[in-house]
Write a protein that binds this ligand. Structure first.
Ligand code: DQA
Length: 145
């Protein structure tokens, strides 16, 4: 079982970026954390980060026939991207949405999640731990099908 973990724009600037909201750990720390979570779950993982909407759509399309589950933090594209929603629906690979911050308690424009409409579960406001929970949930979900 192999998962694709997608991180969207500006998440590469973790640590530098609004540390009061996103924490002081950098993106390399997040990647290490996700790799460890996948190892704990006994699943293979591919990590992908991009600041570009089309590149994220390409990564989702490229997962078809190859990847069993997707964990996605589309970052700001969460709230704007019908293209990412449509890509997730097109490939129909079970996906779980993650947000480091608690978007439900932030600005009103962050209350909408397009990608979330194509996800079987969302983990919001748990910091890095949300990715671990997403990986474990997705594994159980896929094994239970
Ligand atoms: C985020 C929340 C989004 O609203 C924001 O645009 C991000 C990060 C999060 O992980 O909390 O870039 O997805």
């Amino acid at each position: 079982m192999t998962f694709l973990i997608i991180n969207g724009p500006n998440l590469n600037l973790l640590g530098l970026r609004e540390p009061d909201i996103y924490g002081k750990q950098d993106f390399h720390a997040l990647e290490d954390f996700i790799r460890a979570a996948c190892e704990e779950a006994g699943v293979g993982c591919e990590l992908f980060q991009s600041n570009h909407e089309g590149a994220i759509v390409d990564a989702i399309q490229g997962a078809y026939g190859r990847i069993d589950g997707i964990v996605i933090n589309p970052a700001a594209y969460t709230h704007t991207s019908v293209a990412i929603l449509d890509a997730l629906k097109a490939v129909a690979i079970p996906a779980v949405e993650v947000h480091i911050s608690d978007v439900s308690k932030r600005e009103s424009f962050r209350q909408v999640s397009y990608a979330g409409l194509a996800c079987v579960k969302s983990y919001i406001g748990l910091g890095f731990e949300g990715y671990r929970r997403a990986v474990l949930y997705l594994k159980d979900y896929l094994e239970g099908r």
